[in-house]
Design a protein around this ligand. Sequence first.
Ligand code: FE2
Length: 169
Amino acid sequence: MADMDERLNQWLRDAHAMEQQAEQMLDGLSRRIENYPELAARIESHIAETRSQKQRLEACIERRGSSWSGMKDLAGQFTALMQTAGGVFAGDEVVKGVLAGYTFEHMEIASYRILVAGAEAAGDTETARVCEEICREEEAMASWLEDHMAEITQAYLIRHASESDTAKR
Ligand SMILES: [Fe+2]
C-alpha cells in the first residue's frame, strides 16, 4: 500500500511538471500567433485552465501529505516537444504549433487516465475525481484542435501563397 501511494504521488508530481511545460509551451505559442484570433483565444483560455490544473494537482499532492516543491528536476522530461512548439520553424509556426499542441494534449489525456486508474486502485476517490475532471478539459482542448486543424492549415497555406511575411504566424 505504501508503495502504491508513493507511486501515485510520483505520478501526480509528473503531471504537475507536465502542466508547467504545457503552460510554457502554450504561452510561447500564443505570443507568436498574429493572424489566427480564434486559435489564439482558445489557447489563452487553455492557459488559464492549465494554471488551474496545476493548482488542483498541488491540492491533491498536499492532501495526500506529499510535497510538490523541488520538482524542477522533472521539468526536462518534455523539453523536446516544447522545443517543437517554441523553437525556430521554417515559417510554419502556426501549423507546427497545432501539431505539437494536439500531440501534447494526448500525452496529457493518457497521463490523467493513468492517474484516475492509479487513484482508484489506491482508494483515493478525490484524486480520481480531480484527474477525471482535468482529463475532460484536455479532451475538450484536443477535440477543438482536431476540429480546427484543417481550417488552420488551409488558412496558413493560403496566406503563405500570398508571400506575406506576417502570414507565417
Ligand atoms: Fe493540462
